[in-house]
Design a protein around this ligand. Structure first.
Ligand SMILES: [Cu+2]
Length: 284
């Protein structure tokens, strides 16, 4: 259960789909794949190709060689350096610091003048909400810790667009804080773990905006069953079933609530899922 940094040294990859949905093609060198995400790529292979994958924590690697000659020597690339988390990953904006992560995201996410009504949700500032991101930012073009100093093109959500999806004005918005307590290893949403929570209520036919604020210093791949998550990338839309929420960041998405019944919404990291989990009831 970790994130993997995927590359094919000496090759560029053309990304053509994210989570199984076609995107406008984009060329990259590296892809960080969050748990449960998937990317389709087209690669023109050269002779004796190496597929090389490192885990995000830089504790291991796995590789495979593609080629006709089994005796061909494998030359492994230098592993990427270990980078510590920064203030940005704690959700703090630092004055004077180069916020490359802000580029192109200056509230383009909110092009509408009329404010979107926010439905208040229960919160509990307690044992399951000990960390707070004081100034969470949209960081769609942030390659993430461990890849920021890499001088190669790393895929980010800011590079991706799903064509043909109408950017509708949302009927309402809900804000979900991803929260936790690292000492006790408790994970929750809005400070309330699943086992103490009530279901989230969506209404059939509505167009919902969901904003995640990650108050923790870990990535959370958030996965909703039954409906697509249409991530706001500036004024563009990226359709996904699993949305990575970077440490100390925020991200907004749209949902066409087009499936009745009961669904689940959860972090896809097994160790977080027990608490960072909600039942969703779609009411008709
Ligand atoms: Cu998580």
């Amino acid at each position: 259960m970790t994130y993997f940094d995927f590359r094919i040294p000496g090759h560029r990859m053309q990304v053509i789909a994210a989570d199984g949905v076609p995107v406008k093609p984009v060329e990259v060198d590296d892809i960080r794949i969050a748990v449960a995400e998937s990317y389709d790529v087209i690669v023109e292979l050269k002779k004796d190709t190496l597929i090389y994958v490192e885990d995000m924590g830089r504790s291991g690697k796995v590789y495979a060689k593609l080629g006709a000659d089994p005796s061909a020597k494998v030359v492994l690339p230098k592993p990427y350096p270990y980078e510590p988390l920064t203030m940005v990953d704690m959700g703090m904006a630092m004055k004077g610091m180069k916020m490359h992560t802000m580029r192109g995201q200056k509230h383009k996410n909110m092009p509408h003048k009329k404010p979107i009504p926010i439905t208040p949700l229960p919160k509990s500032e307690g044992i399951a909400w000990t960390m707070h991101a004081k100034s969470p930012q949209y960081r769609l073009d942030d390659p993430g810790v461990g890849l920021r100093s890499v001088q190669r093109k790393v895929l980010t959500y800011a590079d991706l667009e799903t064509p043909g999806i109408k950017n509708r004005y949302p009927d309402r918005e809900i804000i979900l804080h991803l929260t936790g307590n690292m000492e006790r290893y408790i994970w929750a949403i809005n400070g309330i773990p699943y086992y103490e929570s009530k279901p989230l209520e969506f209404y059939y036919g509505e167009h919902l905006r969901v904003t995640f604020i990650n108050d923790t210093m870990m990535n959370h791949p958030m996965h909703l069953h039954g409906m697509w998550s249409d991530v706001e990338v500036g004024n563009k839309i990226l359709r996904k079933h699993t949305v990575n929420v970077q440490p100390g960041s925020k991200i907004s998405m749209r949902m066409d609530v087009d499936a009745t019944g009961k669904w689940v919404y959860h972090c896809h990291l097994l160790y977080h899922m027990g608490g960072m989990f909600r039942e969703v009831k779609v009411l008709s």
